[in-house]
Each structure stands twice: as C-alpha cells, then as structure tokens.
Design a protein. Sequence first.
Length: 292
Amino acid sequence: MDERKARNGMQEAAPGGDQAARWNGPAGRAWVEAQAALDALFEPFERLLAGQVPEGSAAGVLDVGCGTGATTLAIARRLGPGGRCLGLDLSAPMLARARERAAAEGSPARFLQADAAGHAFEPAAFDLIVSRFGVMFFDDPVRAFANLRAAAKPGAALRCIAWRSPGENPFMTTAERAAAPLLPPLPPRVPDAPGQFAFADPERVRGILEDSGWTAVALRPLDVPCRLPAADLQRYITRMGPVGTALQQADAATRARVVAALEAAFAAYVAEGEARFTAACWLVEATAAKER
C-alpha cells in the first residue's frame, strides 16, 4: 500500500460504521423534520446536479447520500422512459420520507438503504453518479469510491458537491462558536475525518478519486448564495449539527441560554425576513477509468 492510499484510509471498515448510527438516529430525524426548509435552502445545488442530465435522457443515474430525495426526484423528472434514477443512503428515516415523496408525485425514482462502500451494485450499471453533500461522510472514502467506480460504466461521469473549508463557511460553524461556552465539550472537527468538511483539501480529494479508479479529476469552486426564511432559522440552528444533537440532552435552562446566544450570533445574517449566506463548495468532477 502506498503512502497516499494509507493516508486516505484504504483499510477495511464495517459497513456503515458510525455514520449508520448517526443518520438513523437524531441527525437523520432532524433532517426529516426540516426537510422542506433544507430543500429550499439547497435548491441551487439540486438544480445544478439535475442539470447534468439532458431532458428525456435514457441514462442510469445513482444519487449517493440522497437523504430525503430532493435531488433524486429532480433527476427522475428529467429522465425519459428508458432512464432510471436510484437514491442511496444509510438513513432509514430519511429514505422513508423520500419514498413518501416519490409516491406522492408518482415518480419512478427508487431508493435503497445501503452503504456505498460495501453494497454489491450491478457492475457497470450507471452512466452518471451524483451527490449533494453526501460523500464527505464516507468512513473509508477510497473503498467507497472504488465500489462506486465498479458500479459505473467505463467513461461514466461523477459529479459531487462538497463543502470547502470551515473558514470559508462561517455560517456553518457559527452555532458551535456561540454555543460552546454554554454546553459540554462539543465533538471537535478533525481535519479529513468523516464529516461536513472532510473534502476541504482539494489535493486529498484528488488523491482519493485517483486511488479509487477515477480519472480526469477536477475541483471547481462554487460560491452559491443561499437563503433561509427567518421563521425557519431557529429550527435549523437548534436541530442540525453538533449543537442540535447536544441540545436534545440539555435541560430547559441551558437550552434557553443557548438559544438566546444562537439568535444573537446569527442576527448578522438576517435581513428582510431571511437568513442569507454564501455557501463555499467544490463541484467535484471525474470520469470512470476505462481500464483498471
């Protein structure tokens, strides 16, 4: 094993690992509860990924980390009769919501609860693999992307959106900074560990993809204006992320102090009834190698 593969985590991992527990527990339930607000917040990214699929296409598309299904459903709407879109996620509660939404609109999109690193996909089944903020949570990213490569047709495209660094995304870390003095120690953000900012380092991402059989790897910066109705802001900042998890165990007095601190910290982002910020992300592009 070469040095770069060792650094990027080539070791075997249990299917799903800690992420399965996280996304089938409080984190997954929080996303389901905030589904409508989160879909509106991240709609620009959904639109970008769905736009990778020509109208009427007969492509096979895999949406990795599909969550409650917004991107999967948007892609399925663009496909023709010969096309198919499969959403993949670890989270049973999020997939239950995704299936409800598909049934409500009569969508042919399908959803599968499985680990991208270990699931036995049909070989060479997909023309396009996409992800909106899903791939940063892989416990073993090289293993996961190698498995996705095997599921992709030779020459298939990979298009993933991932966050850049915490320093470029202050909105995403404001809650932790404001609440830290009032709560028990929050889990530290460890560089390169599975989590929101695991793909911040572009050279690391290139190494992961090249080591797992992808070619023509490119990372394009995306700076996307995002908006959240002010009425939805408190739910977002008190239910999502490490602060949201910690608040579920906090007593009423502590929760009240934390909520007041959060509201004060986020006031700078609120104007004209909306919370506004710029999401600093990567559009990760790659092509499935034709030979391994």
